[in-house]
Design a protein around this ligand. Structure first.
Ligand code: AMP
Length: 189
């Protein structure tokens, strides 16, 4: 059965907007993925002790017709193809793609932890997910995602930047009719 998966993305190197939209397009170019919703883009302060530019962050949901491990490997391939290099942890990056939620699954393997282990600690991940679904519940803590926001340090700045333009996330293979156009969430307030 296809799972509803929340993928978080972010970029603070190079052309931030283009990096984000390319990463979404590349995920959607895979036949196992179909887009269900897309958040706005948010300008966010880095959660890091390393001085670096602000990020553009967001999230999207897909239905994914394969395992979580296969999805992780797709995301890592895309990061690599886009020029991501192993760098300092929490340092600047051209693109970061994370599996935030994989249905209600709880996964703990050496390479993959789902829900993402820092989802509930990061406003830049929580806020885009809540834009897509305000009633999301964390499958480990059994609390609404919204409830985590109050306990997070206000130093984490997240401000809505802009919506993603549909035409910027259409996959390279536009003629493939299995790829749905973004939902109305694209224009979320
Ligand atoms: P990052 O620095 O965010 O790109 O993450 C680096 C590593 O985190 C990857 O090599 C993954 O194996 C691991 N990882 C564990 N859980 C996740 C997850 N839910 N989503 C993405 N990466 C994950």
């Amino acid at each position: 059965m296809a799972e509803r998966v929340f993928i978080g993305f972010g970029s603070n190197v190079g052309r931030h907007y283009a990096n984000c939209t390319r990463s979404i397009s590349e995920v959607l170019s895979d036949r196992r993925a179909s887009l269900k919703a897309l958040s706005s883009l948010y300008c966010t302060s880095p959660v890091s002790s390393i001085p670096q530019p602000d990020f553009l962050n967001g999230a999207f949901t897909i239905e994914w017709g394969d395992s979580a491990t296969k999805l992780l490997s797709l995301l890592k391939q895309i990061e690599k193809r886009m020029g991501r290099r192993e760098g300092v942890r929490n340092g600047p990056r051209i693109i970061d793609l994370d599996i935030l939620l994989f249905g209600r699954a709880v996964i703990r393997s050496p390479d993959l932890i789902v829900p993402h282990p820092r989802l509930h600690e990061r406003r830049f991940a929580l806020i885009p997910c809540l834009e897509i679904d305000p009633f999301l519940v964390h499958p480990v803590f059994h609390k609404r995602l919204e409830e985590f926001l109050d306990s997070i340090d206000e130093e984490q700045k997240v401000s809505r930047f802009c919506p993603v333009r549909e035409e910027d996330v259409l996959p390279a293979f536009q003629e493939l009719s299995h790829i749905p156009i973004c939902s109305s969430r694209v224009e979320a307030p």
